[in-house]
Design a protein around this ligand. Structure first.
Ligand SMILES: Cc1cc2nc3c(=O)[nH]c(=O)nc-3n(C[C@H](O)[C@H](O)[C@H](O)COP(=O)(O)OP(=O)(O)OC[C@H]3O[C@@H](n4cnc5c(N)ncnc54)[C@H](O)[C@@H]3O)c2cc1C
Length: 320
């Protein structure tokens, strides 16, 4: 098998691909946690991206694709292989359609649409990260998800580029077909919007952003909510019966409610803390490690399992 140096040389021969070695992933995650990737590459060019994947495959190098790194827990040992980002951040509008490169910052897409009076993304204001991952995980907030607007997704399926329409993406709550095919990499998304008033859309986004920035200060090293919320109708009846009516919102039960019942708020382990005002918000208060973070997550999952007999499931994705 070729050495990392040999693979790096092959990657370095690909035009429009920036490559580095022993790259600290803590610099590419909002948690500020994670050891080095053997190799790290970034490009805005579809051809270069596909060539990089092919080169990694030829040398049996493991590949992980990331975006803005806002929903990742990278192990302290890092990643033995190639971490690659597709960074095309092009945004284009054509009447009621917006096409967004996977590397566009989601907030930039929201601002772009709002400014043009294109309605439908304004409640996603303040969700960190890039468009590709937002489609992958069907990001959403305030009762809306990006999938409501996605008309088509262009993606690299490992050998060819394909386009899926909305139905083929199989969107569900924080789910899409791309989550089940981790080697399918989103290049761009086409969104279908409605007509709206720019001033009103911008006001809605600004109001949401203000609330969100109070809950998740922009400098906080975290991944937002660690665990997925529950759909009330999918909870076992004996558990659903315990939930106070005012806790259920839009058919969902916040994971935070269960976490609060088991004493999560304010928990600490080394540099990792659970916010004292939000039981589903774990952050790195300083020099936290992935080992500590995973231990806190395991402890909370165990407590909820023991008390309620249900599994809280991570929304966050693991690397390494
Ligand atoms: C403070 C804070 C608040 C948050 N609030 C919300 C919220 O309200 N709602 C919500 O839904 N999320 C929320 N999140 C989570 C996070 O913002 C979303 O999951 C976001 O979509 C992740 O984007 P990213 O670019 O950072 O992805 P990354 O963290 O880099 O990657 C996440 C996953 O996406 C995959 N991925 C990345 N790019 C691609 C691509 N091009 N093709 C295929 N797969 C890809 C990666 O392999 C990985 O599995 C919050 C996070 C933070 C830090």
């Amino acid at each position: 098998m070729p050495t990392t140096e040999e693979t790096q040389l092959r990657l370095a021969g690909i035009p429009n691909l920036a490559v580095s070695a022993s790259t600290p992933l803590s610099h590419y995650t909002r948690f500020g946690i994670g050891g080095p990737a053997d190799l790290f590459a970034e490009t805005r060019d579809e051809g270069a991206f596909m060539a990089a994947i092919a080169a990694a495959r030829e040398s049996s190098t493991a590949v992980m694709v990331t975006g803005g790194g806002t929903n990742l827990i990278v192990s302290d040992a890092g990643f033995r292989g190639l971490v690659v980002r597709f960074a095309d951040d092009t945004l284009r509008a054509d009447e009621d359609r917006v096409t967004a490169g996977a590397g566009a910052v989601l907030q930039d897409l929201v601002d772009f649409a709002n400014h043009r009076g294109l309605k439908g993304l304004e409640t996603l204001a303040g969700i960190p990260g890039w468009v590709g991952a937002a489609v992958y995980g069907n990001a959403g907030a305030y009762g809306h998800s990006i999938s409501e607007r996605v008309a088509a997704v262009r993606f690299f399926e490992g050998s060819t580029v394909r386009v899926f329409d909305h139905a083929q993406c199989e969107f569900a709550y924080r789910e899409s077909i791309f989550k089940r095919h981790k080697d399918w990499i989103i290049f761009s998304a086409e969104l279908r919007m409605e007509a709206g008033g720019a001033v009103e859309l911008e006001r809605t986004s600004a109001d949401i952003l203000k609330v969100r920035n109070e809950k998740f200060p922009p400098t906080m090293k975290c991944a937002g909510s660690i665990f997925k919320n529950f759909l009330w109708k999918e909870l076992p009846p004996q558990v659903a019966g315990l939930i106070p009516a005012n806790v259920v919102r839009e058919g969902k039960v916040p994971a935070a409610w269960f976490l609060e019942q088991v004493g999560a708020k304010g928990m600490k382990l080394g540099g990792i803390q659970v916010a004292d005002y939000h039981a589903n918000l774990i952050y790195n208060a300083g020099e936290g490690t992935a080992r500590e973070l995973c231990a806190v997550i395991a402890e909370l999952k165990g407590r909820v399992r023991e008390r309620f007999g249900i599994e809280v499931e991570e929304e966050v994705q693991y690397v390494g």
